[in-house]
Design a binder for this molecule. Structure first.
Ligand code: NAD
Length: 492
């Protein structure tokens, strides 16, 4: 068990490195308490980590795929053995309920296992031969990967990068968010222990460390998950050295409720509520705006509120009865509240959902009682911005074309969902601009690590998960052995 005196460290070239400064990570449920301590590393630390990764790459990339897989499988066993302690630490520093933290570990392990099972097949060299000659299609490791991750799903969004990058023969410097640095450090420690020194490095810190990770010429690829605004800085920072990039960014995912959706289907309604409020709404792929066919709008709202009141129980993440914990940090809680206040000041109604089961922590921690916002305008900030918190607007639409237009009227295109009779829903889904569209489910309930995940428009570039998520950490290297070695149109 990790107590609240836990102090995590940077890992550079296989060694824990002490920092000059450490910061207490506050416990969002009890802000007067500490969840543990993480270092504030410097740019110099980042340079040392990149140098170590750069040196390690030369030999690591030559290691046979079988050995890489074996090492990753041992790392998986280490994480499984420590899973209960890691889940507890994650709940304490993040604020997500224990079941949710356990779920995050489960998704991380499912992906790591999928990556191990498929690495050999996906990453092996292909050989083609025909009358023109032979071609070897090799999938080479790219080099040093800077992995930069956010606070909302620190474990799964780190392992989503670590597993494929290492299996494909790259080395890594990972920087987690200072807002949830503890549990991920323990996981990285357990993985790094199974790999040669310098293959997996960890540094903590703020944007200055991030800037080093995105500008250093020895870094070949950036794998970033975080806000779209931060990604714009990163793209500019990386431009001078033309780095390979995978960007998983913000979303403002629409849920479209068609006229043939059965509002009396309690299970479907609960799935939708969970799609809006799991992890207190702090998920990139949560359904963040609900559009309902006007013909069923009134009944829908009534049944939605009924279902939400049943499922939502707000309180201490360690209380087994609780489904929703606090918001991760004060700034985020204030931002979400400001969107609600803006909408209600303009005439919308915010209806509180569920019940507070732990009044004492609710008053002191960064809690917001979940709300549904009715009567907002299509272009209000609560509708067009990514709230990333426990609130969701419900708006009516007039006909499927209108719903598609509203859903697509966004700079984002991460996921989306369509709810109704299956064939009808699929027809609408085909017209939505998004990386994933789910039918009669949404958010993590429809996530499948076997298939590629990522966004269109300003929600990102590239894909994680699936075979594509492994290939994303490779450069294709063609070795051509033409039979004739000359082209017919070039004169003698
Ligand atoms: P953020 O962009 O503020 O921070 C992400 C990471 O970038 C942190 O580690 C941060 O320290 C680092 N960083 C900050 N400035 C930097 C800079 N100039 N250069 C390099 N690194 C820098 O995001 P956040 O608030 O931690 O996370 C929330 C956001 O992440 C939301 O927008 C959410 O939608 C998005 N997100 C996307 C996905 C996805 O898969 N598409 C998944 C989870 C979260």
């Amino acid at each position: 068990m990790f107590n609240d005196q836990i102090k995590v460290e940077a890992i550079i070239n296989g060694e824990e490195v002490k920092a000059e400064r450490y910061e207490a990570r506050e416990n969002p449920t009890h802000p007067e308490r500490v969840a543990g301590y993480a270092p504030i590393n410097t740019r110099e630390d980042a340079v040392r980590a990149i140098d170590a990764a750069h040196t390690a790459f030369a030999s690591w990339t030559k290691v046979a795929i079988e050995e890489r897989i074996e090492r990753m499988e041992r790392a998986i066993q280490n994480i499984k053995a420590a899973a209960p302690d890691i889940a507890e630490l994650l709940s304490r520093e993040h604020g997500k309920p224990l079941y949710d933290a356990e779920g995050e570990i489960g998704v991380s392990l499912a992906w790591m296992e999928f990556a191990c099972q498929n690495a050999k097949d996906v990453l092996q060299n292909e050989m083609r031969e025909d009358e023109n000659g032979k071609t070897i299609i090799a999938h080479d490791g790219i080099g040093v990967v800077s992995a930069i991750t956010p606070w909302n799903y620190p474990l799964s969004l780190s392992t989503i990068k670590i597993a494929p990058a290492l299996l494909a023969g790259n080395t890594i410097v990972l920087k987690p968010s200072p807002l949830a640095p503890l549990a991920v450090s323990k996981v990285v420690e357990m993985i790094a222990a199974e790999f040669p020194n310098g293959v997996l490095n960890l540094v903590h810190g703020e944007a200055d460390v991030g800037v080093e990770l995105t500008t250093n010429p020895k870094v070949a690829k950036i794998a970033f998950t975080g806000g779209t605004g931060t990604a714009k800085h990163i793209m500019k920072a990386a431009a001078d050295t033309i780095k390979n990039m995978t960007l998983e960014l913000g979303g403002n995912d629409a849920a479209i409720i068609l006229n043939d959706f059965d509002v009396n289907d309690e299970r479907a309604m609960r799935r939708l509520v969970i799609s809006n409020f799991l992890t207190a709404g702090q998920i990139c792929m949560i359904a963040k705006r609900i559009y309902v066919d006007r013909s069923i709008y009134e009944q829908f709202v009534e049944k939605y509120i009924e279902a939400a009141n049943k499922w939502i129980r707000v309180g201490d993440p360690f209380n087994k009865d609780v489904t929703i914990g606090p918001v991760n940090n004060k700034k985020q809680a204030e931002f979400v509240q400001s969107l609600i206040d803006d909408a209600t000041a303009k005439g919308a109604t915010a209806v509180k959902l569920g019940r507070v089961v732990d009044e004492d922590v609710f008053e002191k921690g960064y809690f917001l009682q979940p709300t549904v916002v009715l009567g907002a305008d299509y272009h209000d900030p609560i509708v067009v911005e990514e709230q990333f918190g426990p609130t969701v607007p419900i708006l009516p639409f007039d006909g499927d074309e209108h719903a598609i237009e509203l859903a697509n009227d966004s700079i984002y295109g991460l996921t989306s969902s369509v709810w109704g009779e299956e064939e009808h829903a699929i027809e609408v889904a085909k017209q939505i601009q998004a990386g994933t569209t789910m039918i009669n489910t949404a958010a993590v309930q429809g996530l499948d690590v076997r298939f590629p995940f990522g966004g269109v428009k300003q929600s990102g570039i590239g894909r994680e998960y699936g075979r594509e998520g492994l290939l994303a950490y490779t450069d294709t290297h063609i070795i051509n052995i033409p039979k004739k070695g000359e082209l017919p149109y070039i004169p003698e």
